[in-house]
Design a protein around this ligand. Structure first.
Ligand code: NDP
Length: 321
């Protein structure tokens, strides 16, 4: 292989997931001769295991790391497994960051999430507010593990001068998402159910909750472009929010209707208001991103959902569904 020749060896943990596969698509469309990219999956080793993680760093000797690997899930998965989300993610993050330090990685870009911000907060949320108060109780395990990435980044910088930073995406969706009921985030969970209802001619689909909560959704391919930009151009330990604009916030109900349209579903959408809604909103400001990349064009939600529904209709049998 050519990866030993390349000056920049970028290792992507979680490279088989939703965001990792989008980064692969983006870098393969614009390959650079001095870069080689390694996309890891859990088959390459369990990053919650210290020895296996060290062996991966020893094998690939990355100069740069995009750290995506995490135990990830939607509201209902989180509510039932807060301890697992806390422990597994703490272990993965410590192993990846400490080996990045030991192996002299020039830069690490890790992923936080807008859903780890304080539950009680003024809006819009910005990068300075990550640690300002307790997270929403539904996902406190995941949230505290993610917040500690930022703490660790600052500590590695203070003690050793490491350039370990983080990005904060809003809700991500796209091809290669996890569509399994009980695990999936709201958009892929709904897409899978509406697709099934459309295929089987079911008269109605139940949406869990009131449909009223507001969310910002970013298309995985847009996020991938922004993360590659951050890797080469964003040189600060402070986190940066990678989100669509505030005006692009939509309700879960609206998303359900866009999904139904994309799937050609003619049936009814019924809202089961006895189910949990999660946080009502988590509006994030992308002002910092906009100050650095004022002209970035996000894919319109309808188009991105159409592309994702198209991908799912061709891949649902092999996808995580
Ligand atoms: P996915 O669930 O699609 O992918 C998770 C990835 O992590 C997979 O490649 C998986 O490997 C790998 N992985 C999980 N556990 C381990 C482990 N113990 N050892 C090695 N690899 C492991 O996640 P996303 O792509 O959605 O998320 C990527 C990052 O973005 C995460 O850090 C997440 O917290 C963050 N994020 C995601 C958002 C979203 O809406 N999806 C929103 C905001 C942030 P395998 O395929 O082999 O299982």
């Amino acid at each position: 292989g050519s990866f030993n020749m390349a000056q920049k060896r970028v290792m992507v943990t979680g490279g088989s997931g939703l965001v990792g596969q989008a980064i692969r698509t983006v870098v393969e469309a614009d390959a650079k001769p001095d870069e080689s990219w390694i996309f890891l999956s859990s088959k390459d080793g369990d990053l919650s295991d210290a020895q296996q993680t060290e062996a991966i760093f020893e094998k690939y000797k990355p100069t740069h790391v995009i750290h995506l690997a995490a135990m990830v899930g939607g509201l209902f998965h989180n509510m039932a497994h807060n301890l697992d989300f806390l422990r597994v993610n703490l272990q993965i993050n410590d192993n990846v960051l400490h080996n990045s330090y030991k192996f002299k990685v020039h830069k690490v870009v890790s992923c936080l999430s807008t859903c780890i911000f304080p539950d009680q907060t003024p809006y819009p949320i910005d990068e300075t507010m990550v640690h300002n108060g307790p997270p929403h109780p539904s996902n406190f395990g995941y949230s505290h593990a993610k917040r500690l990435i930022d703490v660790q980044n600052h500590a590695y910088y203070q003690q050793y001068g490491c350039m370990f930073t983080s990005v904060v995406p809003c809700n991500v969706f796209g091809p290669h998402d996890n569509f399994r009921q009980g695990e999936a985030h709201v958009l892929p969970a709904l897409l899978a159910r509406i697709h099934k209802a459309a295929t089987e001619g079911q008269p109605a689909v139940t949406v869990l909750g009131t449909g009223k909560p507001l969310r910002q959704f970013i298309y995985s391919l847009d996020l991938a472009k922004l993360m590659v930009w951050a890797l080469w151009n964003y040189d600060s330990v402070e986190p940066i929010i990678l989100s669509v604009d505030e005006k692009d916030e939509v309700s879960i109900g609206e998303v359900a209707h866009v999904l139904a349209k994309a799937c050609g579903y003619q049936g009814r959408l019924e809202f089961d208001t006895s189910q949990a809604d999660g946080q009502f909103k988590k509006t994030a400001s992308n002002a910092k991103l906009r100050s650095l990349l004022p002209d970035f064009q996000f894919t319109p939600l309808e188009q991105a959902i159409k592309e994702t529904a198209h991908w799912y209709s061709h891949n649902w049998m092999s996808a995580r569904s």
